[in-house]
Design a protein around this ligand. Structure first.
Ligand code: SAH
Ligand code: SF4
Length: 387
């Protein structure tokens, strides 16, 4: 009996060494393994092959052998929504943990802008943390994503928007760099990426490999709520751009909004930022600050923010609060956001106010969750009904 592709392990997410081991297990002689791995890597990550049969540099026999035991499956797309502003959101089903079970659901968002395209990817299903303004924080952690599920989000986004080398018929040798649609990756979807450190690191190593997906580390940003002990390790082992979900300038308030602050307060967090490797004017840390009406949006807060960040090469990203059903906050008034931004600007920080994208499809920051939870609840009911 043949097994379906869905049940075969995917090769997406394996390191070059693991690919080489895969060839070894299939009986490929040692001296050919390196070359075979390099060929496969190129077809998977530079060209976006979805079937072994596309990889014609590998012999027909070896392709057939690979296809017997493995697949090139990405996370399965359950729904694709396109917002009026062009933002796209995919609801994805991951591998089930038990054979025959239902895989958990996670979301990925693509945000096109005139001069760049940003892909916002998830690192965990749910989150162990419980930031009070975040919708994902109301969903308990289901599980960590595997490297292939993290990098697979980039691959399926490229599949769907036609962003692979040679994706355009009149350009068989590849999309020139300048025409690439996805130019930036942000780890700002569901989950706390530093609590899935190894898998996120391994996935970003694949995403940044120059002979594959080829995203410069300057164009990959990891956002953390402040897992202080992991920040230096991330600097050492991955060293992508860093974003910090600050959101409050006093410990008392941050303890409430971002409860991880009780463990690692603002001073310790900012010290870890100061030590982050190779910071400069060209490589600045982004501080995210969600604008909550009458909670953290006063002029005094803005002044304190400027004072706290003194000496850190920083950008400040003011995020209008994106509401979700039952949220205990309101977004600050527009004039208040502008007043706040002005204080920050006058202190010399560029402080773009992040315009909410994809709100109509619940794809904006902190809104990710509802669909997946709804879906899994109805699935649970469906499952219960059929067993
Ligand atoms: N867990 C990581 C990354 C995911 S959250 C972190 O917290 O940094 C991505 C960003 O969206 C964070 O800055 C988060 O604080 C912000 N965010 C969460 N809920 C939001 C909401 N409802 N409105 C606006 N921003 C929100
Ligand atoms: Fe988790 Fe980030 Fe949401 Fe906090 S803001 S609950 S860390 S996803």
């Amino acid at each position: 009996m043949s097994i379906s592709d869905q049940e075969k392990p995917t090769l997406i997410g394996l390191s070059p060494a693991q690919l080489s081991e895969t060839f070894a297990a299939l009986g490929v002689p040692e001296k050919a393994r390196r070359m075979r791995s390099a060929q496969l890597w190129n077809w998977l990550y530079a060209r976006g092959a979805t079937e072994f049969d596309q990889i014609t540099v590998i012999s027909k026999e070896l392709r057939a052998t690979l296809a017997e035991s493995y697949s090139l499956t990405r996370p399965e797309i359950v729904t694709e929504q396109v917002s009026a502003d062009g933002t796209r959101k995919w609801l994805l089903r991951l591998e089930p943990d038990k054979p025959g079970g239902q895989g958990p659901l996670v979301e990925t968002v693509y945000i096109p802008e005139p001069t760049r395209g940003t892909l916002c990817i998830s690192s965990q299903v749910g989150c162990t943390l419980t930031c009070t303004f975040c919708h994902t924080g109301t969903q308990k952690l289901v599980r960590n994503l595997r490297p292939g599920e993290i990098v697979g989000q980039i691959m399926l986004a490229r599949d769907r928007i036609g962003d692979w080398v040679g994706a355009e018929a009149d350009n068989p040798t590849g999309l020139p760099e300048a025409e690439r649609k996805i130019t930036n990756i942000v780890l700002m979807g569901m989950g706390e990426p530093l609590y899935n450190f190894d898998n996120v690191r391994d996935a970003m190593a694949i995403a940044s490999a120059s002979d594959g997906l080829s995203f410069s580390k300057r164009r990959i940003t990891l956002s953390t709520s402040g897992v202080v002990p992991e920040i230096p390790r991330w600097g050492e082992e991955a060293n992508t751009m860093l974003a910090i979900s600050l959101h409050a300038v006093r410990d008392e308030l941050r303890d409430e909004l971002v409860p991880i602050n009780r463990k690692w307060p603002i001073a310790e967090l900012l010290e870890a930022c100061r030590q982050y490797p190779s910071l400069s004017n060209a490589k600045r840390i982004t501080f995210e600050y969600v604008m909550l009406k009458d909670v953290n949006d006063s002029v005094a807060d803005a002044k304190e923010l400027v004072r706290l960040l003194k000496g850190i090469p920083a950008k400040i990203n003011l995020i209008p609060f994106n509401p979700w059903p039952g949220a205990p906050y309101e977004c600050s008034d527009w004039e208040q956001i502008e007043t706040f931004a002005e204080v920050v600007n006058r202190a010399g920080y560029a402080s773009p106010v992040r315009s909410p994208r994809g709100r109509d499809i619940m794809a904006a920051c902190g809104q990710l969750k509802s669909e997946s939870v709804k879906q899994s609840a109805s699935e649970r009911r469906a499952e219960a009904a059929t067993t």
